[in-house]
Write a new protein. Structure first.
Length: 248
């Protein structure tokens, strides 16, 4: 089933002002995400939800549909699921051709580096399993939860949980596999996004539904622009791969 990709990119950013249109390896940041979505065999329509005129102009130049995001959905405290629902409702009001049963893909415009096949993998798992949502993850690496500690006011170190510091494990290779969301993708059904799945407790992550699944990316294969140094990392990666996310 062909998916609709919803790319979210608001204008405001305190950490990296203008990050969604910042130049990275010869392209504005958000264009990397637009191009990746348009190259995916699983995606039939690319939509950009934004309050940023510059990003909107870039999206239209690339042939994407632009949804003007209202100010209340573009603040520092606005939730991404609210913005995604607004985009879907705008499409449904404006196009009789929009198929509400097709998969939805949420992508962030400030993530220029992703594995090339990520969208296809996530949509394939969503459709083949019949689950409610698929999110991408990466191995936590050396920042493993078992190695998280507490420090009191005097600098005394104690375990974050349990009674044994580091769970008694001191070699990275002996840690059990653990993964963290990497911001690469969220693929989900419309029913999940609109919190129509029975038995899901209310909360900020209710839109993931009940049956949540994940796809794993290699460590370091997704770069989320949250700090100025991330721009340098993304630029180096994309230039080093010839301006493509292939093999990452």
């Amino acid at each position: 089933m062909s998916a609709t990709a919803i790319i979210l990119g608001r204008a405001g950013s305190k950490g990296v002002p203008g990050k969604n249109v910042a130049p990275i390896a010869g392209k504005p940041c958000g264009v990397w995400t637009i191009d990746l979505a348009q190259s995916s065999s699983a995606v039939s329509r690319v939509v950009v939800s934004t309050d940023d005129p510059s990003l909107a102009s870039l999206a239209r130049d690339r042939g994407a549909t632009v949804i003007e995001r209202p100010a209340e959905l573009a603040s520092d405290t606005a939730r991404i699921d609210d913005a995604a629902r607004h985009a879907v409702q705008s499409l449904e009001r404006g196009s009789a051709r929009f198929d509400a049963s097709s998969p939805l893909v949420i992508l962030y415009a400030n993530v220029p580096v992703r594995p090339r096949d990520l969208i296809d993998r996530a949509v394939a798992l969503l459709t083949s399993s019949g689950c409610d949502s698929v999110q991408s993850y990466q191995p936590v690496g050396k920042h493993h939860p078992w190695w998280t500690a507490r420090l009191d006011g005097s600098g005394r170190v104690g375990p974050w949980e349990g009674d044994v510091l580091n769970h008694g494990v001191f070699r990275r290779q002996d840690l059990p596999p653990a993964f963290i969301p990497d911001g690469g993708i969220i693929a989900l059904t419309r029913r999940a996004l609109f919190c129509e799945i029975p038995g899901v407790a209310p909360g900020p992550h209710a839109f993931f539904g009940h049956d949540r699944r994940g796809v794993i990316n290699p460590e370091g294969s997704v770069v989320d622009i949250d700090a100025p140094t991330d721009l340098l990392v993304a630029d180096a990666i994309l230039r080093g791969t010839g301006g493509t996310c292939a093999d990452r």
